[in-house]
Design a binder for this molecule. Sequence first.
Ligand code: AR6
Length: 182
Amino acid sequence: MDRIFDYKVHDTVIRLVCGDITRDHGVEAIVNAANTTLLGGGGVDGAIHRRAGPGLLQECRTLNGCPTGMAKITGAYSLPCRYVIHTPGPVWRGGGSGESGLLASCYRSCLDLARENGIRTVAFSSISTGAYGYPPDQASKVAVSTVAEYLGNYPGSFDLVMWVLYSDGILQIYRNTADSLI
Ligand code: AR6
């Protein structure tokens, strides 16, 4: 059984777990750390496309990509959820190239899309902290503070917002951040 760490912001549970986001986490939408082509790649993007099956790539081909910091939504095909929200995070270039603003924009854009589609339960991956090299400690601060602020601006919109973190190390980093910010 996964260890689950729950926090509460207004009426929304913020949950941190260690695991694979392509497994069933009881959410309507999962968030893919994509690239601007939206045509798949490695990391969590590769895992999501593999588990979803070829229909996901077919639908992604119709979207004409997505700018960094924005998001687009598709069906989930063979994944155990209803939607995938794809967001290209910023590539880390040392922190002075607008990375934190772009990463915050990813989280807000995903939550905007979720609300527009009546989605009340969302699982994020740790956007930008793999191939894109964003230091996880700094990324977790942007991620948690942006989501908490968003939930304050739109109270009652979400039942559950979670992060599915791929290792105990990164789970611990998000836990430390949530303990200090929530
Ligand atoms: N479930 C949850 N988290 C995962 C999984 C998984 N199955 N697999 C990896 N992670 P990354 P990025 C974690 O590299 O940094 C792709 O090629 C991983 O350990 O997937 O935003 C895209 O196409 C890390 O903590 O995404 C882009 O080209 C986090 O997910 C580029 O990589 C994000 O790592 C995007 O890079």
